[in-house]
Write a protein that binds this ligand. Structure first.
Ligand SMILES: Nc1ncnc2c1ncn2[C@@H]1O[C@H](COP(=O)(O)OP(=O)(O)O)[C@@H](O)[C@H]1O
Ligand SMILES: [Mg+2]
Length: 448
């Protein structure tokens, strides 16, 4: 390196470039990633390390924004390195690289402080999307530490508290998916939109609040390592960090809070302390950008507890007369509970085409009229086999079917988009709040 002292992030980086350190024991892998990233104007690879120990040293020297870390390496593996970096260079965000069958290892890496992961072999879109998302999500922490170098400890503390508060207010959005009737497609919709929301590296959990017959884990072919039952004893002083490590992770990265394994176990919660479910969600919502809650059709206190803290309730109805009538009762109840029109998003599922309808179900305009509420998305009825094939693979249809123009994936994508828009903050610009205004000229780092 030239010059007297390298500035953090490397010398000749552009004004807004994301600086990246690659840690992988295979030189070709580092070379390949570097080549891929060379085409991204907003990114710059500032170094490469061949094992965890070297990675930690280079992270301390270079203070990159992002570290792409392999898991299996000689000398010091990615897990240990991530843990050390998280402590000694907190402004750097670690992204773990893993092959499919390393999910358990990967989960531990996330526990060690990694911010996200990408699957090997590397796909360039995944890689760049993940880097940008992690960079953005890590902004508050990064700025807090950069600033600490130039302000008094007192100022830094105040600023950190302010950031903390904003992050608190940005607590994850809770989306409850509910239908008055079983079998309407709630679980299918909840898991589908959860995976779509997660698409850009955003942290998403799906929580199964159908405590008696919840089947999210089965749907996703997960053998839950811990369910809601294991959390109950510590519900009152639940540690959100700890929580993220004990719940299950789907191969896609989706976090899953599974329902009890047997229906009678649910009684403990339903009869004893139904509000605890909503309280647990409330406590951990800061861990995630979105929490999608799959609710049972029983309108019990567990469900109401979830609805109360939800930002939006996706109300699913099929188009039969009874289903729509029952949905009407729910719409009334929601009004009584004081949920405004913005809180409820009506969706019809298993909608027949006009040609196939044959008066067996109500047309959507009738449903609109009857419920006095617009249907936001109409999900068509599809061949059950299409959905089943995905379920057999243990993934939602949104993962099995990559073509987003095909029903019902298109409609799930439309719904996710509506949700993201509805839940976006008007002043979601954390960057503006944590804008660093150092008193002394810091010599280069914040040149604009
Ligand atoms: N759009 C759809 N077209 C056809 N079948 C569907 C559709 N959505 C869901 N299903 C099927 O309906 C059944 C019930 O779905 P599920 O999501 O388990 O409902 P719930 O959670 O509301 O009980 C499943 O077999 C599922 O594959
Ligand atoms: Mg269900």
């Amino acid at each position: 390196m030239s010059g007297p002292r390298p500035s953090p992030g490397g010398d000749n980086k552009g004004p807004q470039q994301i600086t990246i350190l690659l840690v992988d024991d295979i030189p070709e892998t580092r070379e390949n990633i570097k080549k891929l990233l060379a085409f991204e104007a907003d990114m710059k690879v500032v170094g490469g390390a061949g094992n965890g120990r070297e990675g930690v040293e280079m992270a301390k020297d270079l203070k990159p924004d992002i570290i792409i870390m392999d898991i299996n390496m000689p000398d010091m593996d990615g897990l240990q390195a991530t843990s050390l970096i998280t402590k000694s260079v907190p402004q750097a965000a670690v992204i773990i690289m893993s092959v499919q069958d390393e999910t358990d290892y990967m989960r531990r890496a996330m526990g060690a402080g990694a911010r996200d992961f990408i699957a090997k072999p590397i796909n360039i879109d995944d890689l760049t999307n993940t880097i940008r998302t992690v960079y953005r999500n890590h902004e508050a922490i990064r700025k807090q530490y950069q600033m600490a170098q130039f302000t008094t400890p007192d100022q830094a503390m105040k600023q950190a508290a302010k950031i903390e508060k904003t992050l608190g207010e940005r607590a994850g959005r809770v989306i409850a998916v509910y239908s008055a009737q079983g079998g309407a497609g709630v679980t299918t919709i909840a898991t589908s939109i959860a995976t779509l929301l997660m698409n850009k590296g955003v942290r998403v959990m799906v929580a199964d609040a159908d405590l008696q017959f919840g089947d999210v884990a089965a749907f996703l072919d997960i053998k839950p390592q811990a369910t809601i039952m294991e959390l109950l004893p510590d519900a009152d002083d639940l540690d959100p960090e700890h929580f993220d490590n004990i719940i299950s992770t789907h191969g896609s990265g989706l976090k899953v809070l599974a329902a009890p394994l047997r229906p009678e176990m649910a009684e403990v919660i339903i009869k004893g302390r139904p509000s605890v479910y909503g309280q647990i969600i409330e406590k951990v919502r800061r861990n995630y950008d979105y929490i999608v809650v799959d609710t049972s059709h029983a309108l019990d206190d567990v469900a109401i507890g979830v609805f109360d803290i939800a930002d939006i309730i996706v109300l699913v109805t099929t188009c039969g007369l009874t289903a729509v009538k029952n949905t009407g009762l729910v719409v009334d109840l929601f009004k009584q509970l004081g949920y405004g029109p913005d809180k409820v998003m009506l969706v019809t599922n298993k909608v027949y085409s006009e040609r196939d309808r044959k008066n067996a179900t109500l047309p959507v305009d009738k449903i609109n009229g009857y419920l006095k509420m617009p249907v936001k998305v109409e999900i068509p009825i599809v061949d059950e086999r299409t959905l089943l094939a995905a379920t057999l693979r243990g993934v939602p249809i949104t993962i099995a079917e990559r073509d987003r123009s095909k029903p019902p994936v298109k409609q799930y994508a439309d719904l996710s988009k509506l949700l993201v828009e509805a839940l976006a903050d008007e002043d979601d610009d954390l960057a503006a709040l944590v804008e660093v205004k150092p008193e002394k000229k810091p010599g280069g780092l914040f040149r604009r």
